[in-house]
Design a protein around this ligand. Structure first.
Ligand code: CTP
Length: 454
């Protein structure tokens, strides 16, 4: 399939005397025998000419960012991007769009790219063009800039994060000179738009080598410029049987344990950020009272800063606020306690349980086994009470207003919650005639009106 895409595109551009090469991540992925997901081409033709050429050949195309030289096209059902050679690409502070200077040659286009492993190109006759040692660095698993790293990071400071993102995805090492330039230029991340940081960080968190990347980012003080709240976790001592001794090392371990899901990985990264502020020592024991509550609030504000959508902010901070709940489980919990737990966690129940499981990082094997056993037991009991998960209010607000002839108000909500709670506690059946619920509601209503008269 890919061959037919290349062939078609190369032939079309040849007719117009335009140079065209497959470039960047596509070539890197191809040489790493990965499945191609992106098709990025670089051409000598200016953007308008690219569009005319595609139109002439009846190929569906659309502007992706004409000002930056990129045209999108659909070839054999695949979306490809074709970008005019660039000489320079600089990001103005806090701007999502770069200022672009078009170039004349492939060589200058490749030179202004982020890392040597992304400077490889493939010519129409299938030859690999390697002007900046990309193939060697790829085989040696090295991340370094093809030009002066200080200039490169000044042109686009997001590249600092991209270096760690590639490290997290590919497990490569950041070469020393590039690493030093990262430390020196890390402050420039303050000039990057939050949306770009968010997108890059999410990719980074989903990498196979995420722990290595996060550990180096902490050491290079890169995290300080967009999540400074993580910094006090380093060397924060937590002498406990259940935990690693240092909250940052524990956090890394928990991230590593977490499945590759963006909501979960963000939640684990931030789950203990409240700890530094509520540390208390009692009888040689260290406590972090209600750190989950504070952490959830802090996470919400971090995620707001990084411009996360509301739903994700709520999901992640909910998970953080509940990350201690399941690990408090003991076999003494009654069925109604388990039912209340299910109801409180709602649609996020599964993720709360996963986070709790990942949070167990004790060095003591028997402690880990014991904790896992408790969580397994809780999950089993949850499954046996499964029908409670999708439980809807047995009486709606309208039902209550009509039946008791009451106006809207707080009392309606109270009655609604009362009936629901009776079902959760198992004192009323889950599915039955409404009369039974109304009867219970009447008794409740009588009891509270009596109380208010006294
Ligand atoms: N690029 C760059 N500097 C940036 C962003 C991108 O030099 N700040 C160049 C790199 O050559 C990169 C190419 O543009 O390979 C495409 O960018 P992008 O799609 O973001 O990265 P990929 O390397 O393709 O990786 P992925 O598809 O995994 O994001």
């Amino acid at each position: 399939m890919e061959k037919s895409v290349f062939k078609k595109i190369y032939e079309i551009f040849k007719k117009e005397k335009g140079e065209i090469f497959l470039v960047g991540g596509s070539v890197r992925d191809m040489l790493m025998n990965k499945e191609l997901t992106d098709f990025d081409f670089a051409t000598s033709l200016p953007p308008q000419k690219t569009r005319e050429t595609l139109n002439k050949n009846k190929i569906k195309n659309f502007p992706v960012g004409i000002a930056f030289g990129t045209v999108g096209a659909i070839i054999d059902g695949k979306e490809v991007h074709i970008t005019t050679y660039r000489k320079k690409e600089t990001y103005r502070p806090r701007n999502r769009k770069p200022a672009v200077e078009f170039g004349e040659t492939l060589k200058e286009d490749l030179k202004r790219r982020d890392f040597t492993i992304n400077t490889l190109a493939i010519s129409p006759d299938g030859k690999i063009i390697d002007m900046y040692n990309g193939a060697k660095d790829l085989s040696e698993k090295l991340i370094l800039t093809p030009s002066n790293p200080d200039e490169s990071f000044e042109d686009d400071p997001l590249r600092i994060l991209r270096a760690f993102r590639f490290q997290s995805q590919l497990g490569f090492k950041i070469e020393n000179t590039t690493y030093k330039a990262i430390e020196k230029n890390a402050f420039r991340l303050m000039y990057i738009s939050e949306e770009r940081i968010q997108a890059e960080m999410t990719k980074l968190l989903l990498g196979d080598f995420v722990v290595k990347a996060l550990a180096e980012m902490m050491n290079a003080k890169v995290l300080n410029f967009f999540i400074p709240e993580l910094y006090p976790l380093k060397n924060l001592h937590q002498e406990s049987e259940q935990h690693h001794k240092d909250v940052w090392l524990h956090t890394l371990k928990v991230v590593e344990n977490t499945p590759k899901d963006a909501t979960l990985r963000w939640a684990t990264l931030l789950h203990d950020i409240g700890k530094p502020y509520v540390k208390a020592e009692e009888k040689d024991q260290i406590h972090f009272y209600r750190h989950e509550e504070l952490g959830a609030k802090m996470a919400y504000s971090i995620l707001s800063r990084l411009k996360f959508p509301k739903e994700l902010k709520e999901d992640i901070s909910f998970l953080i606020s509940k990350h201690m709940r399941a690990n408090l489980y003991t076999p003494e919990w009654t069925d109604s306690a388990v039912r209340r737990f299910i109801k409180e966690m709602g649609a996020r129940l599964d993720k709360v349980l996963i986070l709790s499981r990942c949070d167990i990082t004790s060095y003591r094997k028997e402690k880990v086994r014991e904790k896992i056993k408790m969580l397994d037991e809780l999950s089993e009991r949850i499954n046996s009470l499964n029908s409670i998960k999708g439980l809807k209010y047995p009486l709606s607000g309208n039902d209550i207003m009509e039946y008791f002839n009451l106006p809207p108000g707080r009392l309606i909500g109270k009655i609604k919650e009362f009936v629901m709670n009776e079902v959760i506690e198992g004192r009323l059946p889950q599915e039955t005639k409404k009369e039974i619920y109304f009867e219970a509601a009447s008794t409740f209503l009588r009891s509270i009106t009596k109380k208010s008269k006294n």
